[in-house]
Design a protein around this ligand. Structure first.
Ligand SMILES: Cc1cc2nc3c(=O)[nH]c(=O)nc-3n(C[C@H](O)[C@H](O)[C@H](O)COP(=O)(O)OP(=O)(O)OC[C@H]3O[C@@H](n4cnc5c(N)ncnc54)[C@H](O)[C@@H]3O)c2cc1C
Length: 395
């Protein structure tokens, strides 16, 4: 950035110095149980997190757009303005991941999300867990306000000492438990009065018989004419992700390419698929044609080399993951990034029941899903007077 815009040295250094400061902290801090003296020492050391809170305070009103306004260089200013396409996002959402990437504590796993899920599966099996695939849960069985088991397909019941739902928040509370265990806060969340649901996505994936190793792996560029999506969203830019850095995605000489758009109108796709399948297919076909033509222009004639195509809409994400409104990450973060989450691990008046997923903390995503699972395990260990320990698997 300094090479591109030396005139903006002050703001650039303000930003990069903040990222460096963030790297001094474990986020979120891991607070496992310790003997009294060690935990007191840790408590004293935690005081240094005040520096981190002060940093958040300093950046509390800075978004990509307000930061852009402080820059003199036209290119850098536009880059920050359009960092999240049309969205205005607090700068901390950008700086925290950058701090983690540079520390190598976040990144992209070769093999993508499938490989990532396989590691979790293997690790769970190694620890003695059992997984029943292709077994959708229909209901959570309760008796006398106590969760007792699961009713799965073919009306088979499984009983257990405790039930943990790692599935969708809305489905768990209002379908699996028929909305019987709620309170004012939960009902306000359901009516979207407190938080918004994170955007869903339209994802066009192409398998192209062409070596695209000369292309940048990611670009977002302005379109000559905007794309008008049937769900009402107007897209002025196209985001192209060329997976030329992951050899597991395509055979040598071929490349996987993904074009994606966020949408706040997931219900359009979900309802259309449910109520008018031919129209849904027609809308998909039209969008796919538009995107294929734009990609063809961008990548210098690839239309005839496309061997595989997959177009996922919010209805697809709902169908595969059951996430409410095809949400990609649970709840959208609220404006107050350090506010306590209104989502609890338990539900009112229901014993032996817990929930842990990306819905537990606005912002969601994989880090939240994983930390929610860990924090819930600690809570259950405490309730059962068991020591919480972790074990490194061989993966
Ligand atoms: C295109 C895309 C890109 C993303 N990129 C990133 C990223 O770069 N970084 C990041 O941090 N996050 C990213 N995310 C978000 C991330 O994938 C999610 O936040 C994360 O997977 C949530 O994990 P989870 O375990 O809470 O829920 P999920 O991964 O949704 O898992 C829920 C599971 O429950 C199962 N299930 C649901 N209902 C039932 C039922 N009735 N019976 C049985 N099983 C059921 C589902 O099949 C699913 O396997 C992305 C999401 C998408 C869609």
């Amino acid at each position: 950035m300094l090479d591109l815009a030396p005139e903006d040295e002050f703001q650039i250094k303000r930003l990069t110095n903040s990222i460096r400061t963030m790297q001094e902290f474990d986020l979120p801090p891991v607070l496992d149980d310790l003997p009294f003296i060690q935990s007191t020492i840790r408590g004293i050391k935690m005081a240094r997190y005040l520096k981190f809170l002060y940093l958040l305070y300093q950046w509390r009103n800075d978004t990509n757009r307000t930061f852009a306004k402080k820059l003199n260089n036209a290119f850098l200013r536009e880059s920050f303005e359009l960092l999240y396409d049309d969205q205005e996002v607090n700068m901390v959402v950008m700086t925290m991941p950058l701090a983690s990437f540079d520390k190598k504590s976040a990144g992209y796993p070769i093999g993508g999300s499938m490989q990532f899920a396989k590691y979790l599966e293997e690790s769970y099996l190694q620890l003695g867990g059992k997984i029943h695939y292709n077994t959708p849960v229909k209901k959570i069985i309760t008796e006398n306000n106590t969760a007792k088991g699961l009713l799965v397909r073919n009306n088979v019941s499984h009983y257990s000492d405790a039930i943990i739902s790692a599935a969708d928040w809305n489905w768990t509370i209002f379908d699996a438990l028929d909305g019987k265990y709620t309170d004012k806060k939960i009902l306000e969340l359901k009516e979207l009065k407190k938080l918004k649901v994170f955007y869903s996505v339209l994802q066009f994936s192409f398998g192209i018989n062409k070596d695209l190793s000369d292309q940048p792996h990611f670009s977002r560029f302005p379109l000559k004419t905007p794309v008008h999506c049937p769900d009402g969203t107007k897209h002025e830019r196209l985001e192209v992700h060329v997976y030329n850095y992951d050899p597991t995605f395509a055979p040598k000489g071929k490349t996987s390419v993904v074009v994606s758009f966020y949408t706040e109108h997931a219900d359009f796709w979900i309802d259309l698929r449910k109520n008018n399948r031919p129209k849904y297919r027609e809308a998909k076909k039209e969008m796919l044609e538009t995107i294929t033509n734009l990609l063809d222009e961008r990548l210098g004639g690839i239309k005839d080399q496309i061997e595989e195509v997959d177009f996922a809409t919010p209805a697809t994400y709902l169908r595969y993951t059951n996430n409410w409104k095809g949400s990609t990450q649970g709840w959208l973060p609220s404006e107050n990034l350090i506010a306590l989450s209104p989502i609890k691990f338990t539900l009112p008046n229901l014993a032996n029941f817990y929930m842990a997923s990306h819905w537990n903390q606005p912002g969601g995503g994989l880090p939240i899903a994983i930390s929610a699972g860990r924090d819930l395990t600690k809570k259950i260990c405490k309730e059962q007077k068991k020591k919480f320990t972790t074990k490194k698997t061989s993966l």
